[in-house]
Design a protein around this ligand. Sequence first.
Ligand code: GLU
Length: 300
Amino acid sequence: MTSPSVPYIGRFAPTPSGHLHFGSLLAALASYLDARQQQGQWLVRIEDLDGPRNKPGAQELILKALTAHGMQWDGEILVQSQQQARYQAQIHDWLDRGVAYYCDCSRSDLTVHNGIYPGTCRERNLPPADNHAVRVRVTDEPTVFTDRLQGEVVQRLESEVGDFVIRRRDGIIAYQLAVVMDDIAQGVTDIVRGADLLDSTPRQLWLYRLLQAPRPSYMHLPLMMARRGQKLSKRVGSAPVEGPQASGSLFAALNVLAQQPPWELQNAPVAELIAWGIEHWQPRRLPARREILHQEDASG
Ligand code: GLU
C-alpha cells in the first residue's frame, strides 16, 4: 500500500476488443473501490495498440457501461494509439544504448524453446528493419515483488522468460512496454487487475527498473473462470453488462469479490451500491487465489 504522503492513483486499462463483461466489471469495480476508499484518483486508459484486436464501437460501449455502473473516472482518458511517438522514442534510445536489440526469429523458431527466448539474436547486431522485433535484455537475477493478495512472486527473467519483446515484428508496440510507460507517465501508484497479468508483472518491474521509476503496488484479483482453467466464454458469463441490469450486476460483483453486501441492497440504486462498496471495501476478504469458478447466478 502507498504511504500517506504519496497520493493514491489507480486505473482501469481496458483493451477495446469487445464490450464490458462480468469479468472486466470485477476488475473495474475492485480498482475503483480500492482507489475511492483511499480518496484516490481513478483513471481510465484505453489500450488499443493491437489494432487487429480492436472492435469498432467497443471503446464507447465500455465507457458507457462504466458510467452506468456508477464508476466515474478522473481527468482525461489516455488513448494509447495517440502516444506512439513516446514509445518509439524510448525504444530508439534503448536500441542506441544496447539495452535493446533487433530480432528476426520467427514464432516457429521459438516454439522449440517452450516460449522462453534463448537469446538467439542478442549478439548478432542486426541492422534496423521494420519487420524485426525489438527485444530488451534481461538478467537472471530474481525479480521479486509482494502482491497485496497473491503474496510473494519470484521470477528469474532470463531463464523463465528470456529477453522479451517491446516492439513486435508487425511494428505494434508491445503491451509490456506501453503499460509501464503509461502507468509511469500518469503517476499510477496502485494497480488492481486480473491475475492473468500476474506472470507479466516481473517483466513490467524490469522496465520500471530500466526507466528508474518507483514501482507501484500490485493486487491481482482472481479471474472468473467458466470451469477450471477455462476463461469465460460467449456462452458462460461474458454477456455484456449493461445499463438496465447495472444494479444487479454490481450486487453480484460485490458478492463475487466476497464483500458480503447486505441482501436489502439487492435492488438498490447504482449510486447506493457504489457508496456502500466504497465504505465497506475490505481487500482482505478477497479470495487469495488466481481463479474463481463462475456460478450461473453470479453474473446478474
Ligand atoms: N489492457 C489489459 C487488458 O485489457 C489490462 C492491462 C493492465 O491492467 O495492466 O487485459
